[in-house]
Design a binder for this molecule. Structure first.
Ligand code: FVH
Length: 313
């Protein structure tokens, strides 16, 4: 299958392995940008539209990898990625740059990086911050981590995928960790919305009627993040708008009202628990950012606390 590098027309060669919703969007954007795009997918029929647009179909993952210096992987998960990589040896991988846009954990990314390095391949762990529909538009953004010198030669090709490509650092775990941090924020925000919708629902108010207020609340919180980050990085928590003690009073009211309405008190109790411990630890007059200490150093016996501090089971 093809030789590594540019073709006679000077088009840069690139390979996409994995043609799911995201992979197909990636390959289509690379084709639109004029790159000599080779594709492979376990279910070959998903390549049909791309072939019609000029993509080249590799009969095997080996042929796909050897067809281009830059190989983009975008499959379901880490196990799928290793199903595909495992049969490949140094002869196939040596000198290639693998960019993995599959979601995973920091440990999986570092493990794959070591596996690739042992076979002469440079590995960049990455994330495409976009929906498939946004790929190839300025709304999309690519973040990568790993050796910067592995990224720089391929920036022009990666620019076909998104409005920008940000290098987060040399540690191969950084993208996965950032993705997890953002998902922690997203899930907590959505859980808060669901708690509010359940409360209002118990009083006969539709979730739709809650949305304007929820949006206003989410936008307010977004505006507070920079000040909270500055306090966290500085290690000082002078009160900004309301003390942690004031927040705790309202948190306790939320627990009581949830209980009175027969709505789950699990999340309100969790939230109040963090503040309770921080106030007991002397942060009652500080800003909300003081709670970071509860997250960084889980109290003895709390989930995540060092084993040695866990109570005997
Ligand atoms: N879709 C999105 O908006 C998000 C945006 C942020 C990043 N995620 C991550 O991207 C990875 C792929 O997501 P996807 O949406 O493309 O996923 P699917 O449409 O389900 O396609 C999955 C592809 O993976 C192939 N595959 C799965 N298991 C195997 C395996 N054991 N061996 C080989 N290939 C495998 C699957 O092949 P097929 O079913 O078509 O034969 C698809 O090509 C993902 O990590 C998201 O978290 C997307």
């Amino acid at each position: 299958m093809g030789t590594m590098g540019n073709d006679e027309g000077g088009r840069t060669a690139v390979t996409v392995v994995g043609l799911g919703l995201m992979g197909r969007a990636l390959a289509a954007a690379l084709l639109r940008a004029g790159h000599r795009t080779t594709v492979w997918n376990r279910t070959a029929s998903k390549a049909d539209e791309l072939l019609a647009e000029g993509a080249l179909f590799a009969p095997s993952v080996h042929d796909a990898v050897t067809a281009a210096p830059l190989v983009v992987f975008c499959v379901s998960d880490h196990d799928a990625l290793h199903d595909l990589l495992a049969p490949l040896d140094g002869a196939a991988l040596d000198g290639h740059t693998l960019v993995n846009l599959t979601s995973g954990t920091p440990a999986q990314a570092r493990e794959t990086a070591a596996w690739a390095a042992a076979r002469g391949a440079a590995y960049l762990d990455g994330g495409i911050m976009a929906t498939p529909q946004e790929v190839g538009t300025p709304a999309a953004h690519v973040v990568v981590c790993g050796p910067r010198q592995a990224l720089e030669p391929h920036r022009p090709v990666l620019s076909a995928l998104a409005g920008g490509t940000t290098h987060l650092g040399e540690d191969h775990g950084l993208v996965a960790l950032h993705e997890m941090a953002v998902m922690a924020l997203m899930w907590s925000t959505l859980n808060g919305f669901l708690q509010g919708a359940a409360l209002l629902g118990a009083a006969g108010v539709d979730a739709g009627a809650f949305v304007p207020y929820a949006r206003q609340g989410a936008e307010a919180v977004t505006g507070w993040l920079a000040d909270h980050a500055r306090q966290i990085d500085a290690g000082g928590y002078p009160v900004l708008d309301a003390t942690l003690g004031t927040h705790l009073t309202s948190m306790r009211n939320l627990v009581l009202e949830s209980e009175a309405l027969g709505v789950s008190t699990e999340l309100p109790r969790l939230v109040a628990g963090f503040a309770d411990r921080a106030v007991a630890g002397g942060h009652g007059g500080d800003s909300y950012a003081a709670l970071i200490e509860e997250f960084r150093n889980p109290a003895p016996g709390r989930p995540g606390a060092p084993r040695s501090e866990q109570p005997e089971e």
